[in-house]
Design a binder for this molecule. Structure first.
Ligand SMILES: [Mg+2]
Length: 268
């Protein structure tokens, strides 16, 4: 690799879209990996654990991806909570991936009935495709009537699907904000610079040697600008070239896909 020894690569809209692998980007990732780049995958999606993502990525990419090579907003939420509130009793609005990461960092998960009687320290909210009124009520009760803080894995309004999209964690947060009148005390995922700083310290590279690859201006490119690393916007996901023209957030590079960028910019 000519200049970038480390890559921070988004998943939805870069590696796959709606679960369907994006072949040009995958081919490029293989080229970059063969050229010796360190690759860390970063996603705001909290539904799967790093363990599951690493298995999935290994099978799709055809090279070994370790759980440590994946950072999710769920893992980051568990780390942030540990650092800032210690091992906590957590009521989770989210899926198995979020629960697994929280337990992995030493937190305890409380049940709905415990939550309703204020027996939790904090509420953690992520995307939950099994959301029920009962779960919302338990979180609402803890936040509004038990005065417990809540943190969010991310605030993405939607999750991209192959041709459409679906409500994201931000949509669930909006419901809780509306009913409790309170905002989360912390939002862990992109565009919070903290999650990228965590990866940069893990990569142990000079930040001039790191390139962030993503498909969204308002999360991926924004966070790269904030932490002062170069960024590549690929048009295989959410953003379209006209969005970049209109936006005040500008990527260092832009390309139709990662393979085109590898060739045009001689990245490998
Ligand atoms: Mg994305």
């Amino acid at each position: 690799m000519r200049r970038y020894r480390g890559l921070i690569v988004d998943l939805d809209g870069v590696v796959w879209r709606g679960g369907k692998p994006i072949s040009e980007n995958i081919e490029a990732l293989r080229i970059l990996r063969n050229a010796g780049a360190k690759i860390v995958f970063l996603t705001n999606n909290s539904t799967r654990s790093r363990r599951l993502y690493s298995q999935l990525l290994t099978s799709i990419l055809g090279f070994k991806v370790k759980p440590e090579d994946v950072v999710t907003s769920a893992y980051a939420a568990a780390k942030w909570l540990k650092e800032n509130m210690g091992s906590s009793k957590v009521y989770v609005v989210g899926e198995e991936g979020l629960v697994e990461e929280l337990v992995g960092e030493g937190h305890t998960i409380v049940t709905i009935s415990e939550a309703k009687s204020c027996k939790a320290d904090v509420v953690v909210v992520g995307l939950d495709r099994n959301l029920t009124y009962e779960k919302l009520l338990a979180a609402h009760t803890l936040i509004k009537w038990c005065n417990k803080p809540y943190i969010a894995t991310n605030i993405d309004a939607t999750v991209p699907m192959e041709k459409t999209d679906m409500p994201g964690a931000g949509a669930i947060l909006a419901a809780l904000e509306k009913s409790t009148g309170k905002k989360p005390v912390y939002v862990v995922g992109k565009p919070n610079p903290w999650i990228v700083e965590m990866i940069l310290s893990q990569l142990k590279l000079d930040r001039r040697e790191v390139l962030l690859v993503g498909d969204r201006l308002d999360t991926d490119i924004k966070v790269a600008v904030e932490v002062g690393i170069d960024s590549l916007l690929v048009y295989t996901g959410v953003a379209r070239p006209q969005d970049t023209v209109k936006s005040h957030i500008k990527p260092t590079y832009q390309a139709k896909n990662l393979l085109e960028a590898v060739k045009l910019l001689s990245l490998a």
